[in-house]
Design a protein around this ligand. Structure first.
Ligand SMILES: Cc1cc2nc3c(=O)[nH]c(=O)nc-3n(C[C@H](O)[C@H](O)[C@H](O)COP(=O)(O)O)c2cc1C
Length: 418
């Protein structure tokens, strides 16, 4: 099982920054994120991932979210935490192909070959506005252009020295793109059977292209407590901290077309995004499934409270045992190869996971025992050569290679049993 840790400053739940334990005073403190990554490395996570959305995000009015540019921040993480891969987000629409080569070659060098690129096309109108454009190209056209960008970046490296390619295509066009390029695919799939179908589909698309199938890593929001009641109390506390402004912003991000539906009105059947919405369109179908599960009486506010933090990803509020069970069950059922774990709140969320869930995933002799796989193991990410001979270490930023820093394979997790 591969574990990636995703960090937002105060946690994934949009109310988390208002918890008394939150540390908004450390918003611009790189050491805070280094500490998070160190906890993740100790807890069996092979990679740490920072999301990034290009452009001004109005949500910053209502919470602490993305204060840092992640690639720069991950340079600091890689330089100080030796045992973890660092996955940064880079847009194929707003960065030039050569900029992407430069950035990720440098991150490869700084990290001794542990860099990953979360390849996003980025379609939000705010992204276009940030670059003085009227609009971003249409959804499928963005992926057509991205094919050429990734080919360009790939060609600048040797296969052994390139960064890990991560992607999160969910639409049919996005899945074809992921099958063609990605080593690992992030997914918002709260339903196990849908995740299994997604994984099967990725395998079929990759086989048709003659490529090894990428790993499927669903996002998983965890809200932990030592008892179910404690976990539920924590989640209720977080939900109650959602401001009206945050709720409105979340709704905006989903792009749902709900004319005349008030926050305390029942949801209409069939949630759809507005015609002009260029954000993550596939999320409306995910929310539709969530709404169905919540029952016919669910209000718009109820839906938003439910998906706060997870934004449509798999989530569970409960004990470490229940979380470990779900993870083992999904991997055993062929619905996932691992997870992108999202913590409800930080500090505290990552610590609770590492203290409570990691030992259960590692404990031998139990029904839920799962080996956190190393690179090269069946089901693991493809192994890379960790230390190429000196002749293959060009120093030019345009001809990237691995640096002479302590070589740690970006896919290895020294914590794992072999
Ligand atoms: C776990 C996860 C993390 C993501 N992180 C980002 C991100 O940092 N930036 C971004 O622009 N999109 C991000 N996305 C959105 C994807 O890039 C993608 O647009 C989305 O999954 C919809 O797929 P589609 O583009 O094929 O419609 C993420 C998606 C998932 C599931």
């Amino acid at each position: 099982m591969k574990l990636f840790a995703e960090f937002h400053h105060s946690g994934d739940h949009e109310g988390a920054w208002r918890l008394p334990t939150a540390r908004p005073d450390r918003t611009n403190d790189a050491g805070y994120y280094v500490e998070r990554a160190r906890i993740a490395a100790e807890g069996g996570f092979s990679h740490v991932f920072f999301a990034d959305f290009v452009g001004y995000d109005p949500v910053v009015r209502h919470q602490v979210r993305w204060p840092f540019e992640p690639t720069t921040l991950l340079g600091a993480v890689a330089a100080t935490v030796p045992d973890i891969g660092v996955v940064a987000t880079g847009s194929t629409v707003f960065a030039s192909p050569d900029d992407l080569v430069d950035t990720f070659a440098t991150l490869q060098d700084v990290s001794g070959g542990r860099a990953g690129w979360n390849i996003v096309t980025a379609g939000a109108p705010v992204a276009a506005a940030a670059f003085g454009r009227e609009a971003v190209p249409a959804h499928d056209a963005r992926y057509d252009a991205a094919d050429a960008v990734v080919d360009h970046v790939r060609a600048a490296f040797t296969e052994e020295t390139r960064p890990l390619f991560v992607q999160a295509g969910a639409s049919p066009r996005g899945r074809t793109f992921a099958a063609r390029h990605a080593d690992a695919v992030f997914a918002a799939t709260p339903d196990r059977e849908a995740a299994r179908a997604f994984r099967d589909d990725l395998h079929a698309r990759a086989a048709a292209l003659g490529r090894p199938a990428p790993l499927l890593l669903p996002g998983f929001l965890v809200t932990l407590g030592s008892t179910d009641e404690e976990a539920r109390r924590r989640r209720r506390q977080l939900d109650d901290l959602l401001s009206e402004g945050t709720i409105a912003t979340l709704l905006d991000q989903f792009g749902l077309d709900l004319p005349g539906v008030g926050l305390d009105d029942r949801l209409p059947d069939g949630l759809v995004t507005g015609a002009g919405f260029q954000g993550i369109r596939s999320r409306a179908a995910v929310l539709e499934g969530v709404a169905r599960e919540l029952g016919p009486d669910v209000t718009l506010r109820g839906l938003v409270r439910h998906v706060a933090g997870s934004r449509g990803h798999l989530q569970h509020t409960g004990t470490p045992e229940a979380i470990a069970e779900i993870m083992a069950d999904w991997v055993g059922a062929g619905a996932a190869d691992g997870f992108v774990v999202k913590f409800s709140h930080n500090p505290g969320g990552a610590e609770d996971f590492v203290d409570g869930v990691t030992p259960l995933l590692r404990a031998p002799g139990t029904a839920r025992h799962i080996t956190l796989t190393r690179a090269g193991d069946p089901g693991g990410l493809p192994a890379r050569v960790p230390d190429p001979p000196p002749a293959r270490r060009p120093r030019s930023r345009r001809r990237p290679g691995l640096s002479s820093l302590t070589p740690v394979s970006r896919l290895d997790n020294p914590q794992d049993p072999p």
